[in-house]
Design a protein around this ligand. Structure first.
Ligand SMILES: Nc1ncnc2c1ncn2[C@@H]1O[C@H](COP(=O)(O)OP(=O)(O)OP(=O)(O)O)[C@@H](O)[C@H]1O
Ligand SMILES: [Mg+2]
Length: 390
């Protein structure tokens, strides 16, 4: 079967054209997440805490049902937010594992921190977006609670935590993600984004795609989470939505960061950064590295120009256990996504096609010998031959 990766031939042409100018992305922009959130919180109606904007009690808005919980129910579910149930913390507030007494369901409960950098607007947008959405690669919102100053969101519990935890912060003795799982996660995340861009009505720009927002369920099934920054995409002849710059430094497209013009291609850039993180095991921004390596995209751009250097980008934690052709192809996709020119970035549908194909190829480390050492010294049949045939 001829793979649907023929489209990647054109990816290659564009790739080498686009990589001729390397611009230090880090110096070009500063994505300010907190600033807009603070302004947004001030401007959101205080009368009802934004609750009137939330879909009605039955939550039947075309997507999942969002129940309204009483605060007492969530206190019971978490034994009063006991530290033992603490899962993590982000800009919105703390996240706890909970056990709903009525149904027995295990859930994740996110409690708004009134002093945090997000607020009522993110709470409302999150509920509105997820109430309309229904897809296997988007986290399900079970319900919410707004009582007094309390704002809480109740989600399905994702048993394997976030992709960020697995890539960068593994538990002791935890095995690194293997190549097959990495491709499965990348393809699933792409499908979630495709749903937002191409299947939802109106279409949605996610604006917060990053590893910590890709949650993993059983068998590493990935789901996108955190839609508090999501925006309805441009309508009619418009190509962009004008907005204050939001997102997370390192993932934010330079064109959006500089102009405030948000497009679907802003998400594609962020997706490219995530894909690079999945392949390389490096963080989008890592201040523990030398200046030249702190920004993942700036580090990767010169390497994209020379396919012979691609092996240098594979996560050392893979220990050489990856198929070289798939590595090239996955990197080609990532390179296309992080191009400076937004219109050169591929549409999500093409990314889904390419990554679904890569995820369907099951790499067997028992059969294929690992890719080792430097390019020159590695076995010729693993490097040069495969390079020519991909
Ligand atoms: N539905 C869930 N199931 C299981 N764990 C979850 C769930 N939602 C969040 N978590 C855990 O809580 C942590 C914090 O999540 P949260 O979304 O609040 O912050 P973040 O994504 O790390 O940062 P940011 O606020 O910038 O998005 C996650 O890294 C994850 O480990
Ligand atoms: Mg998150």
């Amino acid at each position: 079967m001829r793979p649907p990766l023929f489209k990647l031939a054109s990816f290659w042409c564009l790739l080498f054209l686009s990589c001729s100018v390397v611009t230090p992305v880090a110096s070009q922009f500063k994505a300010v997440k907190n600033e807009e959130a603070k302004i947004a919180n001030r401007s959101t109606s205080k009368k009802d805490g934004g609750y009137s904007n939330i879909p009605q009690t039955d939550g039947k808005t075309g997507g999942a049902k969002a129940q309204r919980f009483k605060f007492d129910q969530l206190i019971a579910a978490t034994e009063d937010f006991k530290e033992d149930y603490f899962l993590g913390e982000g800009g919105f507030g703390k996240v706890y594992k909970g056990h709903l007494v009525d149904t027995g369901e295990i859930v994740a409960i996110k409690q708004l921190d009134p002093n945090g950098c997000q607020g009522v607007r993110e709470f409302v947008v999150e509920v509105q977006t997820l109430s309309k959405a229904d897809h296997a690669n988007l986290v399900k919102l079970i319900g919410c609670c707004a009582e007094g100053d309390q704002r809480l969101l109740v989600y399905e519990y994702m048993s394997l935590g976030s992709l960020e935890d697995h890539l960068f912060d593994p538990w002791p003795n935890q095995k690194p993600l293997d190549w097959n799982i990495r491709m499965k996660i990348a393809a699933g995340a792409a499908r979630g984004l495709e749903y937002l861009h191409d299947k939802m009505n109106p279409p949605i720009i996610y604006r917060d795609l990053k590893c910590s927002n890709i949650l993993l369920g059983e068998e590493f099934h990935p789901k996108l989470s955190d839609f508090g920054l999501a925006k309805v995409g441009p309508s009619g002849d418009k190509t962009h939505v004008s907005t204050r710059v939001m997102g997370t430094y390192g993932y934010c497209a330079p064109d959006y960061a500089m102009t405030g013009q948000l497009t679907f291609k802003s998400d594609i850039y962020s997706f490219g950064v995530v894909l690079l993180e999945i392949i390389t095991g490096r963080r989008a921004i890592d201040y523990t590295k030398s200046a030249a390596e702190q920004n993942l995209v700036s580090w990767a751009r010169p390497l994209f120009k020379d396919r012979k250097k691609f092996y240098k980008m594979a996560d050392p934690a893979l220990d050489g256990h990856y198929p070289i052709r798939s590595l090239y192809q996955a990197l080609a996709i990532a390179a296309m996504c992080v191009q400076e020119q937004p219109n050169m970035r591929p549409p999500i549908v093409d990314i889904v096609t390419a990554l679904s194909y890569l995820a369907s190829l099951k790499y067997d480390p028992e059969i294929e010998p690992p890719i080792r050492k430097s390019y020159k010294s590695q076995s010729p049949q693993k490097s040069i031959n495969n390079e020519e045939t991909w």
